[in-house]
Every structure is written in structure tokens, then in C-alpha cells.
Design a protein around this ligand. Structure first.
Ligand code: EPZ
Length: 422
């Protein structure tokens, strides 16, 4: 397994290109199952999660060609010959559950393994199942698999989510495009990835209103046709790299960055004394002199502060002046980066879903372990500002969501290299 070695202390200066969104691509790819015509996705990120989704779709008989060094994905589901998504793939990536709705909607049957939990929580899929049942699906849970049937096709319905779920909104939205009649989704997720999915489905001939708001209305159609769609910019990669100059000092332009994708996050950075300005090419982030100020953070569904940026923000606040309180309200176990940051000299008290961070002048480099995707990159950020050398192990977590992180950071002056584990 690879390791990443960082020698901290250098202020970062330069530009970082932001890729297409992993979490948009992972729901856009299964949309191919809704049509027998080709779907082309441009601005696709080159990540191991995308390879996993490619393998899953391939196991169903779909074709996925990776073109232009992976930035373009040409998908076709003309010859689906298997309607079972196996546990050995699904367990690697929870987003695999997103093949259920589209497969069921187009072919009237699907068998999908229940995804396991993961490091950050149990992460059940009960809302995905309840929503599909509301559209008339007959579900049977046997030996860890969901056996789904809709012999006469799905029927439009009104379904209210008891709480916001990004994945469940995506699954039901995709299924509803081919249901007979009108579907109204209430308390739907409002993330930019939902807006991006709806835009792509609309290009495929779907009739969708209200994406990006809490109420989405879908008029079912008989079939969807092919389309070409650019994957939206990755707001989580964007926010992550905005924190690099914030934690090290210096100034970096995030190419392709859009303020509307990170508005609440940028507000928090502003309150902490970090300047974020819009430029021709994207967003420029600079830390004026002096220390970062402590701020409080509560994670919420979009447009609130994203849970996927909580670990990274904690790394910044470990070096802030004052005490910050971070409340993680989306997942039950998303502070695993805290013990590793403490090894670097951070002062963090975790009680349930609340972490209290007392800022210190400087963190110190140390050997640390990545535990999940966003925790791993928070350790990288901390290491960029720490005194001395940090060795991050188990960086395969990192490769799920960040392409070429060491290239992007070393281009801005960071001392960072990837080595094979000794
Ligand atoms: C998506 O996960 C993202 N993943 C996550 O990003 C992100 O953290 C999350 O949305 C919240 O924004 C992808 O898009 C592939 P949810 P998802 O359904 O859809 C509970 C990353 O780092 N829940 O909005 O799984 C769930 O346990 C990843 O890129 C149920 O109880 O998230 C969680 O506590 C991590 N039952 C909360 O709801 C359900 O049926 C929100 O989950 C579904 C969810």
C-alpha cells in the first residue's frame, strides 16, 4: 500500500485545477441503465470509485469506455444481460445501490446486494427501499440482497422523505422518470449533484421540475434517449483545496471553482479570516497575515455546511486562535480523523457528535493512518502546515476521491511525495 510523505511549513502559491464531481459522476453513470441509447459523460474525474462503478455496470452487461485518459466516459446499456449487482462489488462502494432504481424502472426487475455499512456509519438504505415501494415496487430482502420487482412497471406517487437523503433522492428520481404518471418528492435533497443529475436526465428526455429545491415533480415518460453531459465541478474537492492556502498561508487559485457550489463553506472561511474572491478562472483563496480565527461549524444538508468538508475544516481549526465547536449531524461516526490529528499535537475533545477544538500554534509531523476518504485528506492538510515530516499510510482511501493529490499540491510548492510502503 502506498504512503504519502509530507514535509510541512511552506506557504502554498499557484493554481489547482478542480475535477468533475465524484458524487455527481457516481449517480450519472447508473442513469445509463434508463435508456438503450448511448450516454456520454465529459469532465469525468479519474478516481478509483469511478473504476468501481465501471466494473459494476460492466457486470450487468453495460459497456463503459474510458476515453481521453478517463475524462470522457462513453456508456451504453443496450445489452443488459444480468440484473444482479453482486455483494463483492457493492460492498466496496455504497453508491452501487444507485443501480437499483434505474434497472427496476427500465426492466421491471433487479437484484442488488445491500451495501455494508462503512467507517463513518451504518448508512442503511431504508429510504431508498421505501421510496421505490411508494412507486409500486415489490421488494423482498433475502440473504443480504434486495429482490425488486415491478411487473406492470412503476407508478408515479407522492413520497415525503422523513429526513434528507442524497442517495435516496437520486435513486427515486431516476426511477420516477420512467414511472407511469406524476411523482412528487417532498423533503428531497437539494445538493448540486441532484441538480446535475436532473439536468442530465432532462437532456435524456425526462420531465423534471424543482431539482435543487425540496420538492421535485416528475412526469413519467415511456422511454429516455441518449445524451452528452458534463459532470459538474466537484464542490468537495474544491472546498478541500481551498483549505490548503488557508492552513499554510499563501494564495492559491482554484481553477473551475464556483462560489455558488461552496457558499456556506466560503462564509465560514471568511469568518475565520480567510479571503475568498471570484476570479476569471475560478476562486482565489488567500490567508492574510496572522492566525486563523476559531469558528463553530454544524454540518447540514445543502445549502448548509457540507459534512464532506467537516474533517478538512477541523484540520484548519486545529491551528486557529481560540476554541471551535464542530457538530456532525449527518453521520454518527465521522470524527475518526480526530485521534490522528491529536497525534500531531492537536487539542480535540470528542463527545458523541460534537468535537471541541482548542487551537495550537503549530502542529507537529507524525506517522498517521487514513481511515476514510475525507479523514485522509484532512491529515494531508494538517501535514502541509505541520512542523517536520508526516507519513500518511493507507492512502488508498484518498485515491477514492482525489485524483493526483500529490501532483496538485506539489505544483503549488508543497513538499509531498508518494512512496511504496516499506
Ligand atoms: C452521499 O451519501 C455522498 N455519497 C456522501 O459522500 C455524503 O456524505 C452524503 O451524501 C451526505 O451529503 C455519494 O454521493 C456517493 P445520505 P449518501 O443518504 O447518499 C442516513 C463522500 O465522502 N440514511 O444523504 O449515502 C445516512 O446513514 C461521501 O464522498 C438512512 O438512514 O448519504 C446518513 O446518516 C461520504 N437511510 C444520512 O441519512 C437511508 O436510506 C444522510 O445520508 C439513506 C440514508
Amino acid at each position: 500500500m502506498d504512503q504519502i510523505i509530507i514535509r510541512g511549513g511552506a506557504p502554498l502559491r499557484g493554481a489547482i485545477p478542480i475535477a468533475g464531481a465524484k458524487n455527481a459522476c457516481l449517480t450519472l453513470m447508473p442513469a445509463t441503465l434508463l435508456s438503450d441509447e448511448p450516454l456520454t459523460l465529459t469532465n469525468a474525474p479519474r478516481l478509483s470509485d469511478i473504476s468501481t462503478m465501471t466494473a459494476l455496470l460492466g457486470s450487468l452487461g453495460a459497456e463503459v469506455s474510458s476515453l481521453q485518459e478517463g475524462k470522457v466516459l462513453a456508456l451504453s446499456s443496450h445489452d443488459i444481460n444480468n440484473h444482479t449487482a453482486d455483494y463483492d462489488i457493492v460492498r466496496k462502494m455504497r453508491a452501487s445501490i444507485l443501480v437499483l432504481g434505474p434497472m427496476l424502472a427500465r426492466d421491471g426487475h433487479a437484484v442488488v446486494s445491500l451495501p455494508g455499512g462503512c467507517a463513518i456509519g451504518a448508512r442503511p438504505v431504508d429510504l431508498h427501499l421505501k421510496g421505490l415501494e411508494a412507486l409500486g415496487a415489490e421488494l423482498d430482502l433475502r440473504e443480504g440482497y434486495v429482490h425488486a420487482k415491478a411487473p406492470g412497471g412503476l407508478r408515479g406517487a407522492t413520497f415525503e422523505f422523513p429526513f434528507v437523503s442524497v442517495g435516496a433522492t437520486e435513486n427515486i428520481l431516476m426511477a420516477a422518470t420512467l414511472a407511469k404518471g406524476t411523482t412528487v418528492l417532498k423533503n428531497a435533497a437539494r445538493e448540486p449533484e441532484i441538480v446535475d443529475l436532473a439536468a442530465c436526465l432532462t437532456k435524456m428526455g425526462a420531465r423534471i421540475d424543482g431539482a435543487g429545491t425540496s420538492t421535485i415533480t416528475v412526469e413519467g415518460v415511456d422511454r429516455l434517449h441518449g445524451a452528452t453531459h458534463p459532470v459538474v465541478t466537484d464542490r468537495i474537492e474544491l472546498g478541500t483545496y481551498m483549505l490548503a492556502p488557508a492552513i499554510t498561508g499563501g494564495e492559491v487559485e482554484l481553477l473551475g471553482g464556483r462560489m455558488d457550489l461552496v457558499a456556506s463553506f466560503a462564509e465560514k472561511l471568511d469568518a475565520a479570516g480567510i479571503s475568498v474572491t471570484e476570479t476569471e478562472g475560478g476562486l482565489r483563496v488567500a490567508r492574510a497575515n496572522g492566525r486563523v480565527r476559531a469558528v463553530d461549524v454544524v454540518t447540514e444538508p445543502f445549502p448548509g455546511f457540507p459534512t464532506d468538508l467537516q474533517a478538512q475544516m477541523m484540520a484548519l481549526l486545529c491551528t486557529a486562535e481560540g476554541v471551535s465547536v464542530l457538530e456532525e449531524k449527518i453521520f454518527e461516526n465521522r470524527f475518526m480523523h480526530a485521534p490522528e490529528l491529536i497525534r500531531m499535537g492537536a487539542q480535540i475533545d470528542v463527545h458523541g457528535g460534537t468535537a471541541t477544538v482548542t487551537g495550537v500554534e503549530r502542529l507537529k509531523g507524525a506517522p498517521v493512518m487514513a481511515t476514510d476518504l475525507r479523514a485522509s485528506v484532512s491529515l494531508i492538510l494538517a501535514a502541509l502546515a505541520a512542523e517536520g515530516e508526516t507519513v500518511v499510510s493507507r492512502v488508498y482511501h484518498l485515491d477514492r476521491g482525489y485524483e493526483r493529490v500529490e501532483e496538485k499540491l506539489s505544483a503549488c510548492g508543497a513538499s509531498i511525495e508518494r512512496v511504496k510502503e516499506q
